[in-house]
Design a protein around this ligand. Structure first.
Ligand SMILES: Nc1nc2c(ncn2[C@@H]2O[C@H](COP(=O)(O)OP(=O)(O)OP(=O)(O)O)[C@@H](O)[C@H]2O)c(=O)[nH]1
Ligand SMILES: [Mg+2]
Length: 391
């Protein structure tokens, strides 16, 4: 399953975001280092279900009001402080939990109520912009540490394989979740023979690996209490992808929805009251509604969606057995939704369904247009595909 990590300084609201997105009960408290062992949970990306476009009126049991929720893994990591790689705070060994993460949501405390180490300092007394850059550096230093493990032995191996630097580096970095192509891309970008790399070259290489293997989105969290000026300053950062977020508001909405008080789906820009609310509940929910109006939602689902669809460039594909009825063999409409990288072909999808189907692939059919597709045909987001194979 595709994994996304939540990271940032202590007390910024990572576990609150995690609970909002997974509904897993975790410890949340207003002091640094509440979380030590990483929390793992299932969350979802949201995508429009093709059933509407296909004119299926009834019976699509896999979506909610035309929206499909596709599972991903979310990981909530212990807080990190500047110079964690030198042992500050709890150090950075906890970043090992990020190994499997393909992208990182950097949870910032936009309220300015906590210092760079997560200690409460009173609302607005810390500039959240000053917290933006450290995380990239700490993750780079963590990758740098992995890179340098047994470096001398690595160099002997490098010479042993006759000058192919990629292979030794690929093996070294595989454990940190860096893919072969990411290592190759960084090696090309270095433009320097591996034999002559010095410490500063290794650091530059680690920074490239960080950028390619752990792309980042910024969640400007606690927007419900943040001074407007802070959110504005964060949104104006040119090089960053910033989304205003209130993890606390998202938890309140999901709880109210569970209790049958409101109609709300994660990622909606508004909600509808359907139950009896007392005065306090009405006041709380109306405050959240005003916030959602301003930013188009609570931001939690937006972070996950933009990480997966924009940073990582995934698309959603829907394999079916019956291209006329859009069902599997049992008659279930649009039974599966697969997240795959943009650029995936008909044959890649066949392999994803089953390796046997991939190996015995004959052709595919686009269920929307009934066109025949060859193995190399590149699929588009939302495609509904029948695979024809000899198996
Ligand atoms: N108002 C408001 N408070 C929030 C929000 N998110 C988190 N908080 C509060 O911020 C404090 C820290 O939240 P946590 O979720 O425990 O933060 P964390 O980043 O997991 O902290 P560590 O595990 O210690 O690193 C708690 O008091 C939360 O209630 C939010 O969106 N709005
Ligand atoms: Mg936590």
């Amino acid at each position: 399953m595709l994994s996304v990590g939540l990271a940032g300084k202590p007390n910024s609201g990572k576990s609150t975001f995690f609970k909002a997105a997974t509904l897993v009960e975790v410890d949340i408290a207003n002091y640094p280092f509440t979380t030590i062992d990483a929390n793992h949970g299932v969350s979802y990306v949201r995508a429009p279900c093709p059933c509407r476009e296909l004119g299926i009126k009834e019976g699509c049991g896999r979506c909610k009001d035309g929206q499909r929720f596709i599972a991903i893994e979310l990981i909530d990591v212990a807080g990190l402080v500047p110079d964690a790689h030198l042992g500050k705070g709890l150090g950075n060994e906890f970043l090992d939990a990020l190994r499997v993460a393909e992208a990182v949501i950097h949870v910032l405390d936009a309220s300015g109520g906590t210092d760079s180490e997560g200690n409460p300092v009173g609302l607005g007394n810390h500039d959240p912009v000053s917290d933006v850059k450290f995380l990239e550096y700490e993750i780079s230093m963590w990758l740098n540490g992995i890179l340098k493990r047994n470096w001398d032995k690595l160099m002997r191996n490098y010479k042993g394989v006759g000058g192919k630097p990629e292979q030794v580096l690929i093996e070294q970095m595989a454990g940190a979740g860096v893919s072969d192509s990411q290592v190759r891309r960084a090696v090309t970008e270095m433009k320097k023979d591996l034999g002559g790399w010095k410490d500063e070259d290794l650091l530059r290489f680690a920074m490239l690996l960080r950028a390619y293997s752990k792309p980042m989105i910024l969640a400007a969290n606690k927007m419900d209490i943040a001074p407007a000026e802070n959110v504005k300053k964060l949104l104006e950062l040119k090089e960053e992808l910033v989304i205003p977020v209130s993890g606390a508001a998202e938890i309140a909405l999901r709880m109210a929805e569970k209790a049958g008080l409101i109609k709300y789906k994660p990622g909606d820009a508004d909600f509808e009251v359907v139950g009896q609310l007392n005065k306090a509940q009405t006041a709380g929910l109306e405050k959240i509604r005003a916030l959602m109006k301003q930013y188009g939602g609570t931001g939690v689902q937006q972070c996950i969606n933009r990480a997966v669809f924009e940073l990582l460039d995934y698309i959603v594909l829907y394999p079916v057995e019956d291209e006329g009825k859009f069902t599997d063999k049992k008659g279930v409409i649009l039974p599966d939704a697969f997240l795959m990288k943009r650029g995936s072909t008909a044959r890649d999808l066949a392999f994803r369904v089953h390796s046997d189907i991939g190996e015995s692939f004959l052709f595919a059919i686009d269920a929307k247009t009934k066109m025949r597709l060859g193995e190399k045909h590149e699929l588009k987001d939302g495609d509904v595909i029948k695979i024809v194979s000899t198996k």
